[in-house]
Design a protein around this ligand. Sequence first.
Ligand SMILES: Nc1ncnc2c1ncn2[C@@H]1O[C@H](COP(=O)(O)OP(=O)(O)OP(=O)(O)O)[C@@H](O)[C@H]1O
Ligand code: SF4
Ligand SMILES: [Mg+2]
Length: 294
Amino acid sequence: MTLDVQNLRIAFKMENRLSVPVRGVSFSIPDNGRIALVGESGCGKSLTSLALGGLVDRAEITGTIVGSPRIAYVFQNPMQSLNPVMRIGRQIEEALPPYREPSSAAEGNSITSLLRSVGLPDGTERKYPCELSGGQQQRVMIAMALAQEPDLLIADEPTTALDVTTQQEVLDLIYRIADERKMSVLLITHNLGLVARYTQYVNVMYAGEIVECGETHNLLTQPRHPYTQGLVAAVPRLDAPKDAPLADISGTVPPPWNWPTGCAFHPRCPKFKPACAAPDFNGLCFCLRENANS
Ligand SMILES: Nc1ncnc2c1ncn2[C@@H]1O[C@H](COP(=O)(O)OP(=O)(O)OP(=O)(O)O)[C@@H](O)[C@H]1O
Ligand code: SF4
Ligand SMILES: [Mg+2]
């Protein structure tokens, strides 16, 4: 097991309120796992992933994280992550561990071979970020992540800023390298098409909680939680009639200092019933309980 997260809670004391964006999240990432974390904006996906690497400041964090894999991140917007006034080679050099045994893995992680492994030509190390396309910049970010020889790569919306063909190239690259290096990958995304293509297991997050999880194919073809059903229904289909309205989930994610009582999804849920909003709601959606009992 690469990582086992139990009951992770992240809270921020604001001036006059307590904000709890992550509320008791549990999930596992097996060795060589291909895991997805999905959900709307503001559900706590990035915070959860940052907490795995100890990167959340000024927060009250409770829960247990068992396992200490080397974690590297690839974020959404490479231009914001790269230093615009430093050559690529220098930036990759900074990402290399300060001292490495002279092993073949270390050899393979020289700047040139890292750049080659992500499909960038020799000479890229002398360029500045502004001389590269968005896809090339993201390849540089992947090279920097690989420089750390991670066991777990967390890719947080890695291709949102890229066009569709480049998206596929970059993700194909990430997963090819993950296969070669036997790395686990946690993919954070809004794009269920990418989840279907690249992952084996999905965790669906809403309002700081994992509301449903399961093997990717099952979860996407037979979603049980109304929120997951809404996410799946919202995926545009090429075969839909032209005049059919696009499905959506009405309303928005509430702020993390004001979660609704009971099931946090209840103000937006098409299957709402009064018991869903009761203060003693036990956290498991009635639809999942019904299916579990059937
Ligand atoms: N350092 C922080 N201090 C206080 N609140 C924060 C902090 N970081 C994030 N939050 C809040 O936590 C909530 C979850 O944020 P997070 O970035 O994890 O969302 P997300 O699911 O990754 O969304 P997106 O899909 O837009 O990236 C948001 O309401 C955000 O404002
Ligand atoms: S518990 Fe009720 S409100 Fe919440 S998702 Fe399930 S059916 Fe909807
Ligand atoms: Mg995020």
